[in-house]
Design a protein around this ligand. Structure first.
Ligand code: PDD
Length: 286
């Protein structure tokens, strides 16, 4: 059975879904996206993703293509049509296809392009990497200055993942002016003496939906949280480290630039936060 995707109002088999070559997402990376995870056939933190989508669009002078309820209905339709138990839903909104290439934004009545598709990941929450932890390298953060907007300009993060792979690692943390901003597709944390440290929100990083939930759960569990920048050296001396994202939840980090953290296995704080996050998110899923 072909995957059924959503394109501009239609549900189609993936082979039949098309977007114009003049689409500004294709020509200019002029679009934003969201990734929402699905566990047990239900959406994790849909409201948070819808809120961030609206914010990303507003920051780029675009509008929400439809109401949050209509977006939710499409997410649910795709889960049902594709029989997704565990996986992700990718959503992208671009400034549309004005019919030619021009740096200037097209007229405001140009229809936006709206695409959604599912990614089937059976057992997403039981990923083997969560049991062993992942290895990180550090790379320079040379991205643009509005990383709080979830744009589809993902070339550098893709290159970062490849640099990590080449170095025998799983992912990269990006460093700017001496401190870690975030991972290529996740937010970064260290734990020292029981305190969780993660960079504060600003235009330097994406305001992770998983980050918000995990920090809330950590505080509810009386864990101490400090939102401030940290260096790679501080991370290498930490007791543990982890990353968060919609697709990996809470993922322990066991090695940074070749330095093993603790005993080289996932630490108790990351392990506990992953359990709490999965449990609470499953309960609140819609
Ligand atoms: N990435 N930082 C960056 C640069 C990201 O790309 C992501 C998400 C995050 C975590 O945000 P959230 O918790 O809302 O997923 C942080 C998604 C999963 C992706 O690009 O596939």
């Amino acid at each position: 059975m072909s995957r059924i995707v959503y394109v501009n109002g239609d549900y189609l088999p993936e082979e039949e879904a098309t977007v114009s070559i003049f689409d500004r997402g294709f020509l200019m990376a002029d679009g934003v996206y969201e990734v929402t995870s699905v566990l047990g056939g239900k959406l994790i933190d849909f409201a948070g993703h819808a809120r961030r989508l609206a914010r990303s669009l507003t920051e780029l002078d675009m509008v929400m293509p439809m109401s949050e309820d209509d977006l939710l209905a499409i997410h649910r339709d795709l889960v049902a049509k594709n029989g997704i138990e565990d996986g992700m839903i990718y959503l992208q909104v671009t400034r549309g296809a004005p019919g030619d290439r021009d740096f200037a934004f097209p007229p405001e009545d140009t229809p936006q392009t709206v695409v959604l598709f599912t990614q089937n990941k059976p057992g997403l929450a039981d990923s083997p990497a969560a049991k062993t932890g992942i290895k990180i390298i550090s790379i320079d953060d040379i991205r643009w200055g509005r990383r709080d907007i979830k744009t589809v300009q993902l070339l550098y993060p893709s290159m970062g993942k490849m640099m990590a792979k080449k170095a025998g690692a799983d992912d990269a943390w990006m460093v700017e002016n001496g401190s870690v901003t975030e991972g290529t597709s996740n937010n970064a944390y260290i734990v020292k003496g029981g305190t969780i440290v993660t960079r504060q929100l600003s235009t330097d990083i994406l305001h992770g939906i998983t980050r918000a939930a995990v920090l809330r759960f950590a505080k509810e569990a009386q864990m101490k949280v400090e939102e401030r920048p940290f260096t790679i050296e501080e991370a290498q001396e930490a007791d543990e480290a982890f990353v968060t994202s919609a697709s990996t939840f809470v993922m322990p980090v066991v090695e940074i630039d070749g330095t093993t953290l603790g005993d080289g296995t996932p630490g108790p704080v990351a392990t506990r936060l992953r359990e709490i996050y999965l449990e609470e998110s499953r309960k609140a899923a819609i």
